[in-house]
Unconditional design. Structure first.
Ligand code: TXA
Ligand code: MG
Length: 325
C-alpha cells in the first residue's frame, strides 16, 4: 500500500490541494496550534461521516467546528450571549472551544444530534488558510483513533492512519500540544467541559469567576469527559516522584529534570526547567514515543495541578484509569 502523502503546509499550493480534496468530500489531516485535526467540510454530512469511520469514533461524540471568520459564528449558532463574545474577543484565534445553541445549517452528524455546536477559531496559519480556502467551516476532531492520544506531529498522524488518508498537511510540531479548553454557554452559565490549553485561571481572569464544571446532573454530554480517553496501549501509572519502583521493563515520563539518576533507560523529560507550558507542548509526543517502546508500564510523574498542569493531570488520570483498571 502506498503511504499517505505528507506535504509541507507552507509550500505553495499545498493548502489549495487540501481544500480541493475537502471540496470533493475527502478527509485530510491538518495542523492546529493544539493538536493535529482530521478535517472534513462541516456542511457536508457524508464527508463528516467519513471522519467517524476513520477514527472508529462513536456517533454520539460530537465534533468541533473550525472557523476562520467571526461572521460564521452567527451563521452556525444562535443566540450569541455577551459572555461568549467576550471570550471570543479575548481568546480567538486560539485554543478555546465555545459551545452554543446550533442553527439548522449545522448537520446533525456534526453535533451527534445535540442541539448545540462547539466552535473555535484556531491560531495556526495553515488551519486558518485551509478553512479560508475552503470557504466553509471544517469539522475536525483530533487526528487519533478513538480513545488514543492526540498526535502533535505530522509523522505521528501518519503512523496512526497509515495509508488511509489522501493527504496530511505538515505544519511542524503543535505549539500548545494539548487540546483546546471547552466551555458551553447555553443556559446563561459558563460551564467547563474539558480542561485544555487555556488555563481555567485565565478564563476566571476575564469572567470574574471560575466556570462551573459541566455537564449537568452527571449526564455525559462531552465524551472528552469520559473516564477513559487519551490512553496509551501500555499501562500507565502516576507516581509522586522518581524514587518509586522502576523495573527493567518500564519507562518514565518525568515532569522536570530528575534530581537523581532514574533506573530506566527510557526517560522522557517534559520540561527540564519544570515549565508547564513547555510540558504541555511535549506531553502527547513524549507519551506516544514511550508507548512505542512496548514496555510493561509507563510511570508518569505527577505535575502541579495549577494552570496547564490541570489539563495535563486530567489526561494522565484518564490514561491511568483506562490502562490500569
Ligand atoms: O484542540 C482541539 O480541540 C482539537 C483540534 C483539532 O481543534 N480538536 C479536538 O476535537 O480535540 P475532539 O473531537 O478530539 O474533542 C472534542 C471534544 C469531544 O470530547 C466532544 O465530545 C466535545 O468536544 N464536543 C464537541 N461538540 C460538543 C457539544 N456540542 N457539546 C458537548 N461537547 C462537545
Ligand atoms: Mg480527541
Amino acid at each position: 500500500m502506498t503511504k499517505t502523502p505528507i506535504r509541507d503546509g507552507f509550500e505553495a499550493g499545498a493548502v489549495d490541494d487540501a481544500a480541493a480534496l475537502l471540496r470533493k468530500g475527502e478527509v485530510v489531516a491538518f495542523p492546529t496550534e493544539t493538536v493535529y485535526g482530521l478535517g472534513a467540510n462541516a456542511l457536508d454530512p457524508v464527508a463528516v461521516a467519513r471522519i467517524f469511520e476513520l477514527k472508529e469514533r462513536p456517533r454520539f461524540d460530537p465534533l468541533i467546528v473550525h472557523i476562520a471568520d467571526r461572521a460564521w459564528v452567527e451563521r452556525l449558532a444562535s443566540p450569541i450571549p455577551d459572555k461568549a463574545r467576550l471570550l471570543m474577543d479575548r481568546f480567538w484565534p486560539g485554543p478555546l472551544t465555545i459551545i452554543l445553541k446550533k442553527r439548522e445549517i449545522v448537520p446533525d452528524i456534526v453535533t451527534a444530534g445535540l442541539p448545540t455546536v462547539g466552535m473555535r477559531m484556531p491560531k495556526h496559519p495553515i488551519a486558518l488558510r485551509l478553512v479560508d480556502c475552503l470557504g466553509a467551516p471544517i469539522a475536525a476532531p483530533s487526528a487519533n483513533p478513538f480513545g488514543y492520544m492526540s498526535p502533535t506531529t505530522a509523522g505521528d498522524v501518519a503512523s496512526l492512519f497509515d495509508s488511509r488518508l489522501p493527504l496530511i498537511l505538515d505544519g511542524g510540531p503543535c505549539s500548545y500540544g494539548i487540546e483546546s479548553t471547552i466551555v458551553s454557554l447555553v443556559d446563561g452559565q459558563v460551564r467547563l467541559h474539558r480542561h485544555g490549553s487555556i488555563a481555567v485561571e485565565e478564563l476566571a481572569g476575564l469572567l470574574g469567576t471560575l466556570p462551573e464544571r459541566g455537564p449537568d446532573k452527571g449526564r455525559c454530554e462531552s465524551p472528552g469527559e469520559l473516564p477513559y480517553h487519551y490512553a496509551p496501549h501500555t499501562p500507565l501509572r502516576i507516581v509522586a516522584s522518581l524514587g518509586e519502583i522502576l523495573t527493567e521493563k518500564s519507562c518514565f515520563l518525568a515532569f522536570a529534570k530528575p534530581a537523581s539518576r532514574v533506573g530506566s533507560r527510557h526517560v522522557r523529560v517534559l520540561s527540564e526547567k519544570g515549565d508547564l507550558r513547555e510540558a504541555a507542548s511535549r506531553f502527547f509526543s513524549c507519551l506516544i514515543d514511550l508507548d512505542r517502546l512496548g514496555m510493561e508500564v509507563i510511570y508518569a510523574e505527577k505535575v502541579p495541578e495549577r494552570g496547564l498542569g490541570r489539563a495535563i493531570m486530567d489526561r494522565l488520570k484518564k490514561a491511568a484509569t483506562k490502562t490500569c483498571g
